[in-house]
Design a protein around this ligand. Sequence first.
Ligand SMILES: *[C@@H]1O[C@H](CO)[C@@H](O)[C@H](O)[C@H]1NC(C)=O
Ligand SMILES: *[C@@H]1O[C@H](CO)[C@@H](O)[C@H](O)[C@H]1NC(C)=O
Ligand SMILES: *[C@@H]1O[C@H](CO)[C@@H](O)[C@H](O)[C@H]1NC(C)=O
Ligand SMILES: *[C@@H]1O[C@H](CO)[C@@H](O)[C@H](O)[C@H]1NC(C)=O
Ligand SMILES: *[C@@H]1O[C@H](CO)[C@@H](O)[C@H](O)[C@H]1NC(C)=O
Ligand SMILES: *[C@@H]1O[C@H](CO)[C@@H](O)[C@H](O)[C@H]1NC(C)=O
Ligand SMILES: *[C@@H]1O[C@H](CO)[C@@H](O)[C@H](O)[C@H]1NC(C)=O
Ligand SMILES: *[C@@H]1O[C@H](CO)[C@@H](O)[C@H](O)[C@H]1NC(C)=O
Ligand SMILES: *[C@@H]1O[C@H](CO)[C@@H](O)[C@H](O)[C@H]1NC(C)=O
Ligand SMILES: *[C@@H]1O[C@H](CO)[C@@H](O)[C@H](O)[C@H]1NC(C)=O
Ligand SMILES: *[C@@H]1O[C@H](CO)[C@@H](O)[C@H](O)[C@H]1NC(C)=O
Ligand SMILES: *[C@@H]1O[C@H](CO)[C@@H](O)[C@H](O)[C@H]1NC(C)=O
Length: 352
Amino acid sequence: MYLKSLSSWLILSLSGIAAGKTCTMPKNSTVGGDDAPGITAAVAACGSNSTILFSGNETYNLLTPLSFRDLSGVKFSFEGNISLSQNITEIQAVVNNTKIYPGHWITVKGSDITFSGSKSQDGGWFLAHGQQWWSAGNQIARPHWFTFSVTGLVIEDLKILKPIAWVFSIKGSDVTMTNTYIDARSDDDGIDLSGNNVLIDGFECHNGDDMVNVSPDATNVTVRNVLATGTHGIAVSCSSGTAGNYLFEDVVVKDSLFGARFKGSLGTTCNLSNVTWRNFEIHNTSYPIHFIENYVDQEKGAAGMNASVAAYANAFSWENITGSASTTLKDGSCITDPCWSYTEGIYSPNAS
Ligand SMILES: *[C@@H]1O[C@H](CO)[C@@H](O)[C@H](O)[C@H]1NC(C)=O
Ligand SMILES: *[C@@H]1O[C@H](CO)[C@@H](O)[C@H](O)[C@H]1NC(C)=O
Ligand SMILES: *[C@@H]1O[C@H](CO)[C@@H](O)[C@H](O)[C@H]1NC(C)=O
Ligand SMILES: *[C@@H]1O[C@H](CO)[C@@H](O)[C@H](O)[C@H]1NC(C)=O
Ligand SMILES: *[C@@H]1O[C@H](CO)[C@@H](O)[C@H](O)[C@H]1NC(C)=O
Ligand SMILES: *[C@@H]1O[C@H](CO)[C@@H](O)[C@H](O)[C@H]1NC(C)=O
Ligand SMILES: *[C@@H]1O[C@H](CO)[C@@H](O)[C@H](O)[C@H]1NC(C)=O
Ligand SMILES: *[C@@H]1O[C@H](CO)[C@@H](O)[C@H](O)[C@H]1NC(C)=O
Ligand SMILES: *[C@@H]1O[C@H](CO)[C@@H](O)[C@H](O)[C@H]1NC(C)=O
Ligand SMILES: *[C@@H]1O[C@H](CO)[C@@H](O)[C@H](O)[C@H]1NC(C)=O
Ligand SMILES: *[C@@H]1O[C@H](CO)[C@@H](O)[C@H](O)[C@H]1NC(C)=O
Ligand SMILES: *[C@@H]1O[C@H](CO)[C@@H](O)[C@H](O)[C@H]1NC(C)=O
C-alpha cells in the first residue's frame, strides 16, 4: 500500500501535478441513475492538486453533462468505464437544452490537468453507444464528447468507442496527447484543434470524419504516429486568423476519402504559414493530397460570398508521400451527385 501510493505520487509530480489526495468518484445509489451530480460535487470537494479516480470494474453513467471550469492541478484517472445513456431520446433532450448542455458532454477549463485512461482493456472506455444512432440514421441533436481549454494539458491512453459525433475540441496551450484510440464506425470527427504548443503522438482512429482538424489560432502543432482508416483527412482548415507552424508526420491512411488535406473557404480570409505533411503512406484513398483555398459547401452554394476573397497559404510542403489513390471519389458520406467532395479542376489522373 505504502509503495503504491509513493509511486503514484512520484509519477504525478513528474507530470507537474502534486497529488494532494485521491478522491474516488461515487456511484449513484439508484442503479442506473445519473452519476454526474455526485461526480460534480465530489470533484468540487476534492479541490486542487488531487487525483480524481473512476474505479475499475465500474461503469459511471453520465446521463447529464459534466462541466469543470476552474480546475488546477487535477489528474483524472479513468480506470472504470464512462457511459452515456443508451436512450437516444434522453440524450437529444439534453443536447437540445442549452441550460444543461454547453456544447460538449465533458467541458474542462483550467490549468495543469491530466486525463489518463486505463492501461487495462477492461476499463477506461468512453462509451457513447453510437451504433444505434447510425442504425437509425439519426443526425439530429448529436452530442460532442470533450472540450478542453487548459494551460498544461496531458491526455494519455484514452479509448473512445463508437462516439456519436465529434470527439475532441482542444484549445489552450502546452498540450500533449499520447496513445489515443478512437473506434468510430460512422462519419464522425476526431480532434478539432486550435491550441498552442500541441504534441499529439500516437493516434489511432477508425472511421472518423476529419480525424484531426487544425485551424487558427492554433500554433506550433505537431501530430505524429497516426493510423487512420475511413477518414476525411489529416486536415488543416481556416476561415479567419493568422497562424501556422504545423507538422504532420509518420502517418498511415487507408480506405479513406482524403489524406493530407487543406481547406480554406471562399468569401472569408485567413493566413496560414509553414504547414508540412511528411512521411505519409496512403492507400486506397480518393484524394491522397487535397488542397483548396476557396472551398464552397455545395448545400449552401456561393451566393452572397465575395468570390475575390479566400485563404492565403504559404510555405506549405508535402514530403515523402507514397501510396495509391482509390478508383472511387466517394465514400458513405456522399448523398448527392456530384458528391459534396467533388472538386472542380481536380488533377484528373487522381480523379479517375
Ligand atoms: C441519482 O440518479 C438520479 C436519477 O438519474 C438523479 O436524479 C440524482 O440526481 C442522482 N443523484 C446523484 C447524487 O448523483
Ligand atoms: C497546489 O500546488 C501548488 C504547487 O505545488 C501550490 O502552489 C498550491 O498552493 C496548491 N494548492 C492547493 C489548494 O493545495
Ligand atoms: C475487476 O474484477 C475482476 C474480477 O472480479 C478482478 O479480478 C479485478 O481485480 C478487478 N479489477 C479492479 C481494478 O478492481
Ligand atoms: C468497459 O467497456 C469495455 C468496452 O466496451 C468492455 O469490454 C468492458 O467489459 C467494460 N467494463 C465494465 C466493468 O463494464
Ligand atoms: C427513453 O427516454 C424517453 C424520455 O426520457 C422515454 O420516454 C422513453 O420511454 C425511453 N425509452 C426507453 C426504451 O427506455
Ligand atoms: C431536439 O431538437 C430537434 C430539432 O433540433 C427535434 O427534432 C427533436 O425532436 C428534439 N428532441 C428532443 C428529445 O427534444
Ligand atoms: C512547440 O510545442 C512543443 C510541444 O508542446 C514544445 O515542446 C515546444 O517547446 C514548442 N515550441 C515553441 C517554440 O513554443
Ligand atoms: C515550422 O513549423 C515547425 C513545426 O511546428 C517548426 O518546428 C519550425 O520551426 C517552423 N519553421 C519556421 C521557419 O517557423
Ligand atoms: C477501399 O476503401 C473503401 C472505403 O473508402 C472500402 O469500402 C473498400 O473496401 C476499400 N477497398 C479495398 C480493396 O480495400
Ligand atoms: C501571412 O503571414 C505571413 C507570416 O506571418 C506574412 O509573412 C505574410 O505577409 C502574410 N500574408 C498576408 C497576405 O497577410
Ligand atoms: C518516407 O516515409 C516512410 C513512411 O511512410 C518512412 O519509412 C521512410 O523512412 C521515409 N523516407 C525518408 C527519406 O524519410
Ligand atoms: C470583395 O473583397 C475585395 C477584397 O477584399 C474588396 O475589395 C471588395 O470590395 C469586396 N466586394 C464586396 C462586394 O464586398
